[in-house]
Ligand binder design. Sequence first.
Ligand code: ZN
Length: 268
Amino acid sequence: MKYIEPHAHMVSRVTDDYERMAVAGCVAVCEPAFWAGYDRSAPAGFADYFCQLTEHEPKRAAKFGLKHFCWLCINSKEAEDVKLAAEVIALVPEFLGRPNVLGVGEIGLNKNSRNELQVLEMQIELAATHRQLILVHTPHLEDKWKGTRLILDALKNDRRIRPERVIIDHVEEHTIGMVLDAGMWAGMTLYPQTKCTPARAIDMLETYAGERLWLNSACDWGVSDPLAVPKTALEMKRRGHLAAAIDKVVYQNPRKFLSQSAHFKNAF
Ligand SMILES: [Zn+2]
């Protein structure tokens, strides 16, 4: 089995994780820009991070035969400071032409605050101006439904945004329908404690016939599992899904969405 890991924060993982993912059949890993676990104090911290994502991390992945791609933005957890956010957003265009950059992400909301929403709109503008794919982070727990609604409204407000070029990540049972109804793609994040379990993800796959859906581990510096996608593929097999259905969700679907990026398409 081969698979694509469409959302993983590899800068936070040890090199052994790359080896384990490659052994499990991973052929490409995509890394959205994220919170470092602490707030960066200046735009230069983000510039260094963007260099790490576009220069250093692809070399680490290549040692295990893995292609590495990334998404760039300021994440919603650091978006309360609108002035800082504007300065970071201004840095992004010079990196968009680098060969492993897929688009703008993971943008979105964390606590659904007014400032976060303003920064989200600035980043939608960035993506629209530069014709970039968009990857969206949705808030957790009780904020998820409202946050997803606000994000969909902000995206729909910009007529330049084509829904099939947007993936809304971390969907759950109560948000997946509104994302697919909007014509966008939906990502299911497999987390050991919070977010989605393999069983819940497979229930959703069966309900929505696996169209415009992908699975990811979103592994980061917290309690998470870089092998969550292949483990869920194994659980799908146990539940009687055919090899073609498993291949569609763990390989063909992410490949189809990501191939809308010339950088991804050229590398495959
Ligand atoms: Zn993430």
